[in-house]
Design a binder for this molecule. Structure first.
Ligand code: SAH
Ligand code: SF4
Ligand code: F3S
Length: 471
């Protein structure tokens, strides 16, 4: 039998890149590739890139500089290391990468990962390969499913892509260009995937998509199903105790999604609902297709359906033309809604997007100063939210042994990490925890009841469920 070849994959950007990285590993496993954490040992290195802000895409070129050294060293040892650039920078700047970086063997856009085995073969026989078309065939139909071992190694919580691409065209955003038009996977395919995950120990599913609540996949009745109906179907699958979805657009929150939050116990009361700005003038310039009042109304509908619901969001400060008054409207919106947490970024002009042609009105220093003010407000809300858990008893889904010996870590409904001293047999279970204290972002507590429910038949391996994201 031939030696397994080693694959090292590094992902930047959003949850979809994390998921895609796993699917690339799964697709290359039948080709004899096994994953390695060490770049220097690898026969194949994949950089799974993100184009969302300038800083994110610059990382590719600095990483390629480092990889050139690793590749030369491998060549000196008589090994041929192949280098692939995948992800959204590959899609947006494929030709430029090929031109600027001779070290790269293959450039492949997110819609073509199912062609990776053929691209590798082509690169071996014909030299470098570039594929950044949006093919007509659906990659979801072709990507290999994960093996049982792979699922078990990845832990109790899993992403599943249900929708990809975006038709919203916010004026600052590259996603509609890098991920293409909105495509939804059929319900039956998603049900199959989730069943397979559940049968192998997965207890929590996060449905992902760039615009996940625009989901309209074909249902078993031949009609398009909205996200709320899909969630309802998935909640019936034995073993699935928690459902989440990300990322939603305020405009696509329909009654089925609100009803799902009211009716489905498995659907976690924590919603990431990006708003970007609190100023209607800026929201219009961003082409967000909603006002700040529309957003407040959507939040109210969620809150009416489920009182314990909490929200997170994304914000951009310093969009072209943002005045102090516009920014004050953002602060006022945050103060009114009250978030459990949020991501905030200074505006980064992206080539090819409409906003890149708008005149910037703020200096980098002014943007940074606004970002600090916004983050102080968000941090104070997050910290108040976390502190409010102390003295209460909350359900925690236990995921893995913690760094501290004897401790197991899991997550609350609001994704707060929670630590308890307990045997590893509790991994995979949702148990009530009496929260006693808060250490930075982590809750510490004790099991409120001894575990009554049986543990998983085999304890899951100790692989931490970790990601290298920071969208
Ligand atoms: N699919 C997600 C967006 C992914 S990008 C969604 O629709 O929410 C994640 C966040 O990055 C966005 O919500 C936005 O806040 C931020 N972002 C996107 N483009 C940006 C840009 N050009 N400059 C700064 N932040 C940006
Ligand atoms: Fe980008 Fe999200 Fe707007 Fe789509 S909805 S264009 S992904 S920010
Ligand atoms: Fe980045 Fe592409 Fe995701 S640009 S945020 S990796 S969709």
């Amino acid at each position: 039998m031939s030696q397994p070849r080693k694959l090292h994959i590094k992902s930047y950007g959003c949850q979809m890149n994390v998921y895609d990285a796993q699917r690339m590993v799964d697709t290359l496993a039948p080709e004899g590739f096994v994953e390695t954490a060490c770049v220097d040992d690898a026969d194949l290195v994949i950089l799974n890139t993100c184009h969302i802000r300038e800083k994110a895409s610059e990382k590719v070129y600095s990483e390629l500089g480092r990889l050139r050294i690793a590749k030369d060293e491998a060549a000196r040892q008589g090994r041929r290391m192949k280098l692939v650039v995948a992800g959204c920078v590959a899609q947006a700047e494929g030709n430029e990468i090929i031109r600027r970086a001779p070290v790269v063997d293959i450039v492949v856009g997110p819609q073509s990962y199912h062609h990776l085995p053929q691209l590798l073969a082509r690169a071996t026989t014909h030299g470098r390969a570039l594929e950044t078309e949006f093919p007509v065939d659906d990659k979801f139909g072709f990507l290999a499913p994960p093996s049982r071992q792979a699922i078990r190694a990845r832990g109790v919580s899993s992403f599943v892509t249900v929708q990809e691409g975006c038709d919203k065209f916010c004026t600052f955003c590259v996603v509609p260009y890098t991920r293409g038009a909105e495509v939804s996977r059929p319900v039956a395919k998603i049900v199959d995937d989730v069943r397979r995950l559940a049968d192998n120990g997965v207890r929590e599913i996060t449905l992902i998509g760039q615009n996940v609540n625009a989901y309209h996949g074909e249902g078993p009745d031949g009609r398009p199903w909205p996200l709320g109906a899909l969630l309802g179907r998935l909640a019936e699958i034995p073993g699935i105790v928690r459902l989440r979805y990300s990322t939603s657009h305020p405009r696509d929150v329909d009654d089925t999604l609100i009803a799902a939050h009211r009716d489905l116990q498995a659907l976690m009361p924590f919603v990431h609902l990006p708003v970007q700005s609190g100023s209607d003038r800026i929201l219009r310039a961003m082409n967000r297709k909603h006002t700040s009042q529309d957003y407040r109304r959507v939040i109210d509908r969620f809150r009416d359906a489920r009182q314990d619901i909490a929200f997170s969001s994304d914000f951009i400060v310093g969009f072209p033309g943002e005045t102090e008054e516009d920014f004050a409207a953002t602060l006022a919106l945050v103060a009114q809604i009250g978030y459990a947490g949020a991501y905030s970024f200074t505006y980064s002009p992206r080539p090819g997007t409409p906003a890149a042609d708008m005149r910037e009105t703020l200096s980098a220093t002014e943007m940074d100063e606004r970002l600090v003010r916004l983050q102080e407000l968000i941090d104070s809300q997050q910290s108040a939210f976390n502190k409010a858990a102390i003295g209460t008893t909350v359900d925690v889904l236990f995921e893995r042994p913690a760094r501290n010996p004897g401790q197991i870590v899991g997550r609350t409904a609001y994704l707060q990490p929670a630590h308890v001293f307990a045997p590893p047999g509790i991994i995979g279970q949702v148990l009530p925890v009496a929260i006693e204290s808060l250490e930075r972002y982590s809750l510490l507590g004790t099991l409120a009841d001894p575990p009554l429910r049986p543990a998983l038949s085999a304890p899951l391996p100790m692989t931490p469920f970790q990601t290298d994201v920071g969208a």
